[in-house]
Design a protein around this ligand. Sequence first.
Ligand code: FAD
Ligand code: NAP
Length: 566
Amino acid sequence: MPGTATREGAPSTAQSGQAVGEFDVVIVGAGFAGMYLLHRLRGLGLTARIFEAATGVGGTWYWNRYPGARCDVESMQYSHSFSKELQQEWHWSERFAAQPEILAYANHIADRFDLRRDIQFETRVTAAHFDEKTRRWHVTTDRGNRVTAQHCVMATGCLSTARLPDIPGRETFAGPTYHTGYWPHEGVDFTGKRVGVIGTGSSAIQAIPVIAAQAAELTVFQRTPNYSIPSRNRPMTPDYEGPWKAQYDARRAKARTMRTGILYDATDANYGVNDVSAMDVSPEERRRVYEKRWATGGTSFMAAFNDLITNQASNDTASEFVRSKIREIVKDPATAEILCPTDYPIGTKRICVDTNYFETYNQPNVKLVDLKATPIEAITPTGVKTTSATFDFDAIVFATGFDAMTGALAAIDIRGRDGLALVDKWEGGPQTYLGLMSAGMPNLFMITGPGSPSVLSNMIVSIEQHVDWMIDLIAHMRTNGIDTVEPTAEAEGNWGQHVNEAGHRTLYVKAASWYMGANIPGKPRVFMPYIGGVGVYRQECDAVAANGYEGLVMTPRNARAAVAAE
Ligand code: FAD
Ligand code: NAP
């Protein structure tokens, strides 16, 4: 019951702020998800503690400090909606804010809502075990904390476990190496340096133009080319910001109903989504539509027609349009061809958004190496050796991505009923109910977990939806004297099938993407996010709640028998 929750043991603070004792909720991670959850839990009157591996808040925006890092969902929308005051007082300086500004925003949230007193930094959660007798989670950390909690929430992020490539000799390079996802706080000055960048995903595509502006020589090692759309980033203007702030509530409400949780054009009757098949218009009209989207910039390109992600023929037209742009921009035809993606449909690997990415290859100090033709054999003390050449560098940047969606969860020894290890349960791919919970793991939640729209959406919209739903469930449990909640195996199985079928109705499954786990050797090839769309998914979650938390089993306090919620 909000405000009157029972406290089953007062948490205390041991030396140097280390938590001991019992909490209502332990949260792992202090990115946007963990922080918003903490704020909402306080509203319920519950005790909560966040453990965060970093020295500060912000998650993604704390770690990814590489040059050029910025969001590609417009900042007016890639921001929280839960506080009217916050959304009115915060001013974004650009259409797509850069990492330092987003990190400042995260810090502002921590300060404004006084969150830090319940966050223990520089502490990595190593294990979370469910104790059947007490029905509490026992959480341990690398700092020696041992705490118990009724609920344990993994706000560990979908893209928080950086992945270094298994290239022989990686450790032997004599100079400095950097991963975009663990960038040094003090920054890196590449002036006058010979730099090698391995990878050409979203992070590399943002970093390469900025590094190229500094470095004496930049060599980019590309295994798979990517489709990238210009961001058309620009300073925020009062003309743009004003109407957003005046109509924030209505626009946010509309965005929550959209497939991606984004309004591509808030002033358009269809919010920037063209509800027409690319096959139903003439080639001239298609070109006109694509040109307009290219000029507008950003991920709205993928909403140019309504079937780009489901119809191969339609997708081919968009893919070919972007290839034509690459050939137009890149002066050297051989380099342009190497940069043209040809073996997967546009959008089935995360679409990239850039500032002068393709233009960068026209600079005389920038070289592209096609690893499909000449793979890397080894990293050596002086640089990189491919099957056809050796390259000497002063520094190497790994822009090689993440063990996405499951990596941070797998790194924690999570054990539910009967000692069931999450990693064992998920050996064949993640199994969740709504991407929020997993059977056999009572009172364990994931925010934006696999099986939810998460990485296919404006993540802040999805984070807020998950936290709000979870808060309602926890409040329901308190009101009704419920001790534990967990999905039935049947509900989980049905949801998994639904997620899988939805994925297979699209072209996504045709690409060797991190959505499919394809970037991690040995990871099961399963399309992990839920493609049903943010609006539809929200309705599905709301229907589960409205039907008495259908698919969840609830165990009353002081009772051993499980009672089906329905
Ligand atoms: P995170 O921000 O990843 O935070 C998770 C936190 O958990 C981290 O601080 C981590 O240190 C901590 N943690 C993990 N495991 C442990 C452990 N065992 N113990 C203690 N702490 C732990 N999304 C968009 O919607 N739009 C964008 O434009 C966008 N741009 C992005 C750009 C980059 C470079 C990257 C990498 C991702 C981007 N994303 C974007 C996705 C982004 O991850 C989310 O938008 C959002 O920031 C996720 O917030 P989170 O709190 O869920 O997770
Ligand atoms: P990524 O998309 O997974 O890209 C990793 C790159 O490294 C790929 O080009 C990959 O090639 C390459 N690579 C990996 N291992 C390699 C090896 N052994 N040898 C050669 N190349 C190798 O990772 P990311 O760029 O960090 O982006 C991850 C996600 O974070 C994005 O998809 C997006 O969701 C988010 N992000 C968003 C933004 C933004 O604009 N807002 C910016 C950065 C990141 P292959 O494709 O061949 O595997």
